[in-house]
Design a protein. Structure first.
Ligand code: HEM
Length: 240
């Protein structure tokens, strides 16, 4: 259910995710109703879990507003599914399309943490967020006024030719690689260490267990502009 609601909220333009009759608004309402029950339950019977902590959090002695509490539930429930899976599929596609990079990683598994950073840069599953300027400023010669809304384009940052050497080359040993796939600043991704752990575990086990792997069809990309990547990656493989 959470997966469906996540996909309908974050990739609402994709016809496949609309098929079950949902759109971003209806998915958000369904999620709201679901978490309202959990919030009411944990306020009457806190049990020490994360939901109880969020539902009963107080600032200056006051409960957070329902809207804020829902915001926390919503981000924690949705942030970690498609983001991580699109970096797994897109990372594997990067390795399949660049066999010399796959060979390099197989020959030296100690490169895996660096390779995962390159996979995160290469896939950058979160495409954008918005910020509102709090004061007048200038960014790269452009005037920004307090109150202006700015689009943060994470893929643009990840492929910035003024920062990266050959940004459109996939290199498992790229260093330095200070990508912005997890954002930056006070709202930097809270799950970044879990995501890295998942990616490292997945590719370590995959490469150790599989002798050969190749594309067995055309990858399909999510239709959407917020969170996206490869949603189907047909592969053929041989176990060791
Ligand atoms: C490859 C996987 C992931 C990517 C690319 C990713 C990316 C991002 C980005 C770009 C942001 C916004 C940062 C900003 O506004 O500056 C964010 C926020 C967040 N992410 Fe992730 N994320 C990933 C996995 C996860 C996982 C596994 C979790 C755990 C549940 C998670 C939880 C969160 C939360 C709670 C926030 C909000 C933090 C805040 O507003 O203070 N993310 N993530």
């Amino acid at each position: 259910m959470m997966m469906r609601l996540t996909q309908q909220t974050l990739s609402s333009q994709d016809p496949e995710f609309q098929k079950e009759g949902g759109n971003a608004r209806s998915a958000m309402m369904e999620m709201y109703a679901y978490f309202q029950n959990i919030i009411a339950d944990r306020r009457s019977q806190p049990n020490g879990d994360l939901s109880s902590v969020i539902a009963n959090a107080r600032v200056n002695g006051e409960h957070l507003s329902d809207r804020d509490v829902f915001g926390y539930f919503n981000i924690i429930a949705t942030a970690g599914h498609d983001t991580t899976s699109y970096s797994l599929t897109g990372g594997l596609l990067g390795l399949l399309e660049n066999p010399e990079q796959m060979a390099k990683l197989r020959a030296d598994p100690a490169l895996l943490p660096l390779a995962v950073e390159e996979i995160l840069r290469w896939t950058t599953p979160v495409k954008h967020f918005c910020r509102t300027a709090v004061e007048d400023s200038e960014i790269a010669g452009k005037q920004v006024k307090a109150g202006d809304h700015l689009l943060l384009s994470y893929p643009s940052a990840s492929f910035d030719e003024t920062v990266y050497e050959d940004p459109f080359k996939f290199r498992v040993d790229r260093r330095p690689n200070r990508h912005l796939a997890f954002g930056t600043g006070p709202h930097v991704c809270l799950g970044q260490y879990l995501a890295r752990f998942e990616l490292i575990s997945f590719f370590r086990e995959l490469l150790a267990r599989i002798e050969h792997i190749e594309l067995a069809g055309t990858p399909r990309i999510v239709e959407g502009s917020f969170v996206g990547g490869v949603k189907y990656l047909p592969v053929r493989y041989r176990m060791r």
